[in-house]
Design a protein around this ligand. Structure first.
Ligand SMILES: N[C@@H](CCC(=O)N[C@@H](CS)C(=O)NCC(=O)O)C(=O)O
Length: 111
């Protein structure tokens, strides 16, 4: 199950809309940006630029350790690839390569 650290803004909805469209299961973890949840230490481990949305996959398909990813563009790449490839993919390689996509998107789009 994927946790989506979320608040109902356009950037948050980009991710949940795609998850809904793909029919992939997920759980919402509220990240109330108005009260400063994005600055909490546990959240900054997931999203070091203190922005939501971010995701944590607690049970990757390859059975490995939990995986975290930030930046809506990178998350959408993972959701799309997961939907396309389902269990045929290596979850760790997918997330690790998408972390680099996330950094690229951060540089291109800004925080
Ligand atoms: N480029 C980021 C932008 C995310 C973003 O700006 N999130 C805002 C809400 S829409 C946020 O978490 N703001 C908290 C803050 O600025 O402290 C993405 O697409 O994920």
């Amino acid at each position: 199950m994927i946790d989506v650290h979320y608040w109902p803004t356009p950037n948050g909805k980009k991710v949940t809309i795609l998850l809904e469209e793909c029919g992939l299961p997920y759980r919402i973890v509220p990240c109330a940006i108005g009260r400063g949840d994005q600055f909490k230490a546990d959240f900054l481990k997931i999203s070091p630029n203190n922005r939501m949305p971010a995701i944590v996959d607690h049970a990757p398909a390859d059975g490995g350790a939990p995986l975290a990813l930030f930046e809506s563009g990178a998350i959408k790449v993972v959701v799309h690839r997961t939907f396309t490839l389902r269990d045929a993919c290596d979850a760790h390689r997918l997330m690790e390569s998408s972390t680099h996509v996330g950094k690229l998107v951060l540089v291109v789009e800004g925080p």
